[in-house]
Each structure stands twice: as structure tokens, then as C-alpha cells.
Design a protein. Structure first.
Length: 382
């Protein structure tokens, strides 16, 4: 019995170590994630004022989501390929829930408050308590529910960016059950099929900006399928390009994709960016030179990127109603957008420090304690 208990303790300790195991970060990639998040926030502000993307200086800002998906595939492969077999599918999915879902919930709560107390609209009076409750529950549970025509039938009416988190979860589930077991040849086959599907979607839709609404729901699946697989393939093939390009240079290259102009063959340009340009940037970012000057910027922007992405949209809805009712001029709009991005970045930092990190730390400690308590009981039953 004593030997069995020691074996159990050792197994539990190893499980805890595998669960808590972290690896060295690719700091430049973290920094680029932050640049992409800031670009998304700016794009969301601007699209409320300038609905014609061809006249918007950051009219391709929606492509940041495809960059996120590619980064995610690379990071998931790097973080879990060598240990998902040790921790198991359930523990992997728990890890992803703890990492992602606290901010899904907070973003939904902020969106609910912005809906109920928005001073620039009376839309809230058109919805019953039951309807609002149903929309909110769908949001915190990540169940697509495009129920509000006034919000263009977003999949998640209280926190629009959650559509990409829905597909992120789908990609993680596929990784846990299928992709983690596939070799490079099978992965190449899948990514080729995904590329074809992505191009077909772009051809039929005229753009690769879909996935966020009920009518474009499946476009999101095409976008995550290719980019997540591309990131995973980059990691498994060790396509890391050593370069003297630093964070600043790569940031400018990334911003160029979001700010590229619209032209006749626009959808082809979007496809090329997703198919080749973003994977190239991930490869370069993974092998980029990190200077002492850029290191703290990369670390900070990487840390706030996800909190910023998941908490900013409540303010965007309020801004939309303000803009429609007050029609601010160009100079005032520039001031509002600049100030808004800075303030929302500050909010994201506070959310990270006071909410996200403490909750994830608490949930992880409870998870380790539960694993320690569960395993001896299992052994005694045998």
C-alpha cells in the first residue's frame, strides 16, 4: 500500500508538472500579436464611422484574425505536441478553457452592461428580459446566436469578437482528437484542401472578411482551418527563419497587410496574404532578433493582446450609437479613436492584472488540488 501511495504521489506530481509546464516564449511573436490586437480595435472604431472598407485607412484590419489563427496553430503545436499524450485530451481542453474562457465571460458581461446602459440609443427597450437573458447566456457559453438585426446578426451580439473564439475552440478540439496524431504528410493534405476551400469562399463572397455573422458563419470555419493548420505546419516543419529583422520591422510589415488598399483583384490579394504572407511573418517572427529595447514592449503588448481583444467591443457599440447621433468631424473622430484605443489598452491591462491572471491562477490551483485528491482514490478502488 505504501509503495502504491508513493507511485500515486509520483504520478500526480508528474501530472501537475506536465499541466503547469511552460516553455520559453517567442517574444517577437507576442509583440506582433499585440500589434494585431491594436489594429483590430482601430479597425472596429473606423468601420463604425466608415462602412466602406475601401475608404478606410485600415480597411483590411479584419485580417488580423487570420494572423491570430496562424499564430495559434504555431503556439499550440509548440506548447502541446510533446505533452498532450502525457496530460491527455481532457487536461488539454481544461487548459484551454482556463486560458480563454474567463475573458469570454467578462467580455459578455461588459457587452451586456453596454447594451443596457448605452446613453445614445433606446434599442434595449425593444428586447424582453427573457430575450436579453437568452442572448447573454449564448454569449458566455459561446453558442452562436445571431439574434439582433440592429447588430448585423453578429454570432455573439454582446461581444462580437467572440466569433473567432468559437472557431478557436473548434480548432483546439480538432487538434486534441485528430491533429496532434497526424504526421506532416497528412497535415499537408489537409492544408491543401483548406487552401482550396478558402479560395472558393473568397471567390463566392467577394471577400475573406466573413465568419462573424449568421449569414457568413461557415466562412469562419474556412478561415480558421487554413491558418491554424498553417501555423501548426510551420512549427512541425521547423520553418523558423533566422533573421536580423526586429520587432519594429516586422510590425511595419504586418501593418502593411492591414492597411493595403482595395483594388480590382482585392480578394486575390486577401487570399495571398492569408495563404503565404502571414505564415511567412510567423516564420520570421519566430526567428527574429529581439533587442533589449523592444523586449519589454513585446512582452507587454503580448500580455494585453487577448484581454484587449475580448473586452474592447462594448465600447465600440457605444461609439457606433454616438457616431450615428452626433456625426463628429474628421479631427474629432481622430481624437476619439486615438484616445479610445489608448484607454481600452489601459482597461485591458487592469483586466489582466485584477481579473484574468488571478482567476486563471485560482482555477489552475484548484485543478491541481483536484488531481491530487482524485488519483489516490482511484488507486484504492482498484
Amino acid at each position: 500500500m505504501g509503495e502504491a501511495t508513493q507511485t500515486t504521489k509520483a504520478g500526480t506530481s508528474q501530472l501537475s508538472a506536465d499541466i503547469l509546464k511552460t516553455k520559453q516564449h517567442f517574444d517577437v511573436l507576442d509583440g506582433l500579436r499585440g500589434i494585431a490586437a491594436l489594429s483590430v480595435v482601430t479597425f472596429h472604431f473606423m468601420e463604425m464611422a466608415i462602412s466602406d472598407y475601401s475608404k478606410n485607412f485600415i480597411g483590411h484590419g479584419f485580417l488580423a484574425v487570420d494572423f491570430f489563427f496562424c499564430l495559434s496553430g504555431f503556439v499550440i503545436g509548440y506548447a502541446y505536441d510533446d505533452r498532450i499524450g502525457k496530460i491527455g485530451i481532457i487536461e488539454f481542453l481544461k487548459s484551454r478553457l482556463i486560458r480563454l474562457h474567463p475573458l469570454v465571460i467578462l467580455g459578455s458581461i461588459l457587452g451586456l452592461f453596454a447594451f443596457l446602459f448605452n446613453p445614445f440609443t433606446s434599442i434595449q427597450h425593444a428586447y424582453s428580459i427573457g430575450r436579453v437573458t437568452l442572448i447573454f447566456l449564448a454569449s458566455i457559453l459561446l453558442i452562436p446566436f445571431p439574434a439582433m438585426a440592429e447588430r448585423s446578426f453578429n454570432l455573439f451580439s454582446f461581444n462580437a469578437p467572440a466569433w473567432s473564439l468559437f472557431w478557436e475552440y473548434v480548432a483546439n478540439i480538432f487538434y486534441a482528437f485528430i491533429l496532434c496524431r497526424l504526421g506532416r504528410r497528412s497535415l499537408l493534405t489537409l492544408i491543401t484542401l483548406a487552401a482550396v476551400v478558402l479560395c472558393v469562399v473568397g471567390y463566392h463572397s467577394g471577400s475573406l472578411s466573413g465568419g462573424w455573422s449568421g449569414p457568413t458563419f461557415w466562412d469562419g470555419g474556412a478561415r480558421v482551418a487554413y491558418s491554424f493548420l498553417a501555423g501548426l505546419l510551420i512549427y512541425r516543419s521547423n520553418w523558423i527563419i533566422k533573421t536580423r529583422l526586429g520587432f519594429t520591422s516586422l510590425s511595419l510589415l504586418l501593418l502593411a497587410a492591414f492597411m493595403m488598399p482595395y483594388f480590382k483583384w482585392n480578394v486575390l490579394a486577401e487570399a495571398l496574404v492569408i495563404l503565404f504572407y502571414f505564415p511567412l511573418l510567423v516564420s520570421l517572427g519566430a526567428g527574429a532578433l529581439l533587442t533589449k529595447r523592444s523586449e519589454p514592449i513585446c512582452i507587454f503588448s503580448g500580455k494585453i493582446s487577448y484581454p484587449l481583444y475580448m473586452t474592447h467591443y462594448a465600447a465600440i457599440w457605444v461609439f457606433m450609437n454616438y457616431y450615428n447621433s452626433h456625426k463628429p468631424g474628421t479631427a474629432q473622430l481622430a481624437l476619439i479613436v486615438t484616445t479610445g484605443v489608448l484607454l481600452l489598452s489601459g482597461v485591458a491591462y487592469v483586466v489582466m492584472e485584477l481579473y484574468d491572471i488571478p482567476i486563471r491562477r485560482y482555477l489552475t490551483s484548484r485543478r491541481i488540488a483536484a488531481a491530487s485528491a482524485w488519483r489516490p482514490n482511484r488507486l484504492s478502488d482498484q
